[in-house]
Design a protein. Structure first.
Length: 260
């Protein structure tokens, strides 16, 4: 199957599945959502860290050559700093709870509507980057692309749950919120297609694109998801988080071992 078809298929599938799963999840009771969401976040954290450290970075170093390892490290660091600044500028903001600091509903309807608009812009930008990430992985190796796409889908679900809740708090109807959330999720297709044609012309930069992709994944996992997990400090919650995390990382390790 042509490489572009792989990229189109998995970016489209990832966007549609994450939006649909988030919508189904919101139909559950508050109690169910509260109990299940931390497990989804633990799963997503393990998937993202596994994709970055077991797949993207090793491939980036191997393709660039050991003599360029420091350049790959510098690219990774630059990516982390860039996404730190972007988050500070509120261009990219995640939320994995129905309400969280930075997205709390306000008394004035104007502020609620502004928050809803902002989350759509940020989510669209984020999903374009996800498409670039998936395309870069597929252009390196199809197996790496599949594993990376699955990791992206895993982290998208809890994010889309939070984003959809913010749209509802902003006064948007359920049907319109679902439609808008789905449209922003599908912007990953745009990122994938643009990356495919751009990276094909500058193939020698692909290892550095993988390093940037790894920085996206690591930033989401470490700065956002793990920080959210730290809010739950009960012994039972810690054990469940660790088990989910370890299970997913083990699966990722086996998958990458088979793909090599």
């Amino acid at each position: 199957m042509p490489l572009l078809i792989w990229i189109l298929l998995f970016t489209l599938l990832g966007g549609a599945l994450s939006a649909l799963a988030a919508s189904v999840f919101l139909t559950a009771s508050d109690k169910t959502r509260t109990s299940v969401l931390p497990h989804l976040v633990s799963f997503a954290t393990g998937a993202l860290l596994g994709a970055a450290l077991l797949g993207l970075l090793p491939h980036a170093i191997a393709d660039a050559g050991t003599e360029n390892t420091h350049r790959i490290g510098l690219t990774l660091l630059a990516g982390l700093l860039i996404f730190f600044v972007l988050e500070k500028l509120v261009l990219w903001r995640h939320c994995h709870q129905d309400a969280c600091e930075g997205h709390l509903p306000h008394d004035h309807e104007e502020r609620k509507a502004a928050s809803a608009t902002l989350i759509l812009v940020g989510d669209g930008f984020h999903n374009v980057l996800d498409g670039v990430l998936i395309a870069a992985a597929f252009m390196t190796d199809v197996h790496l692309g599949v594993v990376t796409a699955l990791a992206v889908i895993a982290h998208e679900i809890p994010q889309e749950v939070g984003d959809l809740a913010i749209l509802l708090h902003g006064g948007i109807s359920r049907s319109r919120a679902f439609a808008l959330n789905l449209l922003t999720s599908l912007t990953s297709v745009i990122g994938g297609v643009v990356a495919y044609f751009a990276l094909a012309q500058i193939e020698h930069l692909l290892p550095y694109a993988l390093a940037i992709a790894a920085s996206i994944v690591l930033y989401i996992a470490v700065a956002d998801l793990i920080a959210g997990l730290h809010r739950r400090i009960e012994p039972g919650s810690i054990l469940k988080q660790f088990v989910f995390f370890l299970l997913v990382v083990s699966v990722m390790y086996v998958c990458h071992g088979i793909a090599i």
